[in-house]
Design a protein around this ligand. Sequence first.
Ligand code: SF4
Length: 481
Amino acid sequence: MSHSSAGPELFHSQAKAALGDPQLRQNFRGAMDYLQYKRKSAFHDPVEEDKIRDLSEAIRQRCLSKLPQLLELLDTTCTRNGIQVHWAENSNEANDIIARIAQRHEAKLIIKGKSMVSEEIELNHEMAKLGVECLESDMGEYIVQLDGDKPSHIIMPAIHKNKQEVSDTFARHLDNFTPTLDVDELIQTGRTRLRQKFYDADIGLSGVNFAVAETGSLCLVENEGNGRMCTTVPKVHIAITGIEKVVEFLSDVPPLYSALTRSATGQAITTYFNIISSPRKSGERDGPLEVHLVLLDNGRTQAYQDVDMRKTLQCIRCGACMNHCPVYTRIGGHAYGTVYPGPIGQIISPHLMGLDKTKELVTASSFCGACAEVCPVRIPIPDILQRLRTAAKNPPEADMMSMTGQASAASTLESLAMKGFAFAATTPTIYHAGTWSATKLKGLMPDNIGPWTQCRTSPKFADKTLHQLIKTRNKKKGETS
Ligand code: SF4
């Protein structure tokens, strides 16, 4: 069954529907509890955790501070290594680049490793229009693709399903499948169906976890081996990534890799770690004959220009903020209606899609700060969310970055009310008169004040204002001293 949503504009109704689905909630609760436990076990020493996070943050900030130069260097070193580098300003350009490569090779089948950027540009959909099939080979992505669904988590795309639901999906879409609840059998089924496809595919496509400027190398972190198959078996390999994934030195990779795997799945290292530095060289027996790197901007330079928003580009896509978010863990990923759900999605989607489309998302936070507490690169997600909330409600100011669609959520009435409150709160006479009146008229406060009282009691004003209480206390102190 497909759970996918219409888009972020319908976030509230989608979240409500997710909350009303007990199976979905149970699946997420179990999976998130497990991932939280795994992360905690991987970071059992708080001193070591602090050191890893400090180092990871410092590396990402250093690399971002030199981003334009590092991208130029990456282009030079990759080209020197025989990797063809392409620059895409947006999704259309990225799809055009990949379509041209596919057409030149008369490709009919692209086999894909896991790549959230390919989801971002809707590659499968765009290639299908040209008669090129894109087949997912990551097991979670494969399940989601069979269902005609979208990933609900950036690391574990089919986390919203339990084994019964996966078996049902296979039974619906795969010939000669005998339903089973044995997880190993389910995985083996998927692997067997995919195996020959790696050999049939004309092109293998992957994401990139770290692109090393110093050496012109592309690093790929994975657990299933499908990434290695995608990048070595077909004659052409296309790697696609956001421009922020560049790191300066090869020595920057191990600390980030450690932070990534511990935060994502609680592993010290993953089963596979691939470093791709060139196409097949003469005398080598395998590997692609052509390697392409597509570097996608898609709103990232807009975020880069603002000192606060630039911090969103530090992200190494571990998913820990999602696994610990009290909103995501209850509603799951589809309700957000964006490629990147959860806290990280809330702060990067406005750059990718515009604040007008994503304005509902920035309200979906309890500001508990759990996301910032677990982020391995210390992105201050709650602060950025607060900033986006303000931007969504106000016209752009000179000192604030302008985002596509900014201020579309601004309401004249709300804006006037907030201005009125700000004036009253900063004018002592009006403020004291207001609080004094509130204590006298407290009996008039209604019990039902709309959505606020759907799950809370109506707030009641105190008998005395804080100033009155302090005055009384000070008076008493004076009498006793
Ligand atoms: S924001 Fe931090 S915790 Fe969330 S996915 Fe990115 S790196 Fe991981």
